[in-house]
Design a protein around this ligand. Structure first.
Ligand SMILES: O=c1ccn([C@@H]2O[C@H](COP(=O)(O)O)[C@@H](O)[C@H]2O)c(=O)[nH]1
Length: 243
């Protein structure tokens, strides 16, 4: 059976990639009432700060804080502790920081829980969806196919105790087979048919991503840069309901 409207909307994380809170607020007004996640990334966070994130939570939004921490374990532990106290539902670190760094993030979360915070999902970024095969091999210097590198990061994140990974929807089937169906996949690199690909590389349409089994799809410009963001979002929800 297909997804209901609420289920389909709940699988979408809208990327609030704006330079200031005002732009994000305008989008929030346009999308009012649609039960999707809101994703705050570094552009908006560095401008609007933690107050914007806590305000989103107070207004009832589900929030993914996409700051992609990558630092020594002690620093990531502290960062994870501070983020958990903001009350976000999901945040992320880079799997490339290694197992000890990811475990430290979980220690930071645990320490915040004793202070009364609720447990967020902690997710590891594998290979950015803008990374092509050629860039991975020739610039970054990692040999072999992209999906092999993604799977190595996903297994490491699972071993470290994380809840899932950020990857391309193209890798979801392999990740679920290797790490189990409960291991969450959050997939940017979503482009409705005919949409501008921009700087993304490993892409799928919303329907292809949901058919592949992605748990949550991150979508920015196909919604935010559309003449009517509301219509663009509703059209993607409809596409998901028809799979
Ligand atoms: O591998 C990754 C990790 C994060 N992102 C983020 O997702 C959105 C995608 O926006 P679009 O406009 O739909 O391309 C953006 O906030 C990225 O920072 C990603 O694209 N790939």
């Amino acid at each position: 059976m297909g997804l209901t409207y609420e289920q389909a909307a709940g699988r979408i994380m809208v990327a609030l990639d704006y330079p200031e809170a005002a732009g994000a607020e305008k989008l929030l007004r346009e999308l009012e009432g649609v039960p999707c996640y809101m994703k705050v990334g570094m552009q908006l966070y560095y401008s609007a700060g933690p107050a914007f994130v806590t305000a989103l939570k107070e207004r009832g939004y589900s929030v993914f804080l996409d700051l992609k921490m990558h630092d020594i374990p002690n620093t990531v532990k502290g960062g994870a502790n501070s983020i958990t106290k903001l009350g976000v539902d999901v945040f992320n670190v880079h799997a490339a920081g290694g197992r000890a760094m990811m475990e430290a993030a979980l220690e930071g979360v645990d320490a915040a829980l004793t202070a009364g915070a609720k447990r967020p999902s902690v997710i590891a970024v594998t290979q950015l969806t803008s990374t092509s095969q050629a860039v991975l091999n020739d610039e970054i210097g990692i040999a072999g196919p992209v999906d092999k590198a993604v799977l190595r990061y996903a297994r490491l994140a699972l071993e470290a105790g994380l809840n899932g990974v950020v990857a391309s929807p193209q890798e979801v089937v392999a990740i679920k087979a290797a790490c189990g169906s409960a291991f969450q996949t959050i997939t940017p690199g979503i482009r409705p048919a005919g949409a501008d690909i921009g700087d993304q590389s490993r892409i799928m349409t919303p329907a292809q991503a949901i058919a592949a089994g992605t748990d949550y799809m991150v979508i920015g410009r196909p919604i935010t840069a559309a003449p009517s963001p509301r219509e663009a979002l509703e059209s993607i929800i409809k596409e998901l309901m028809e799979v």
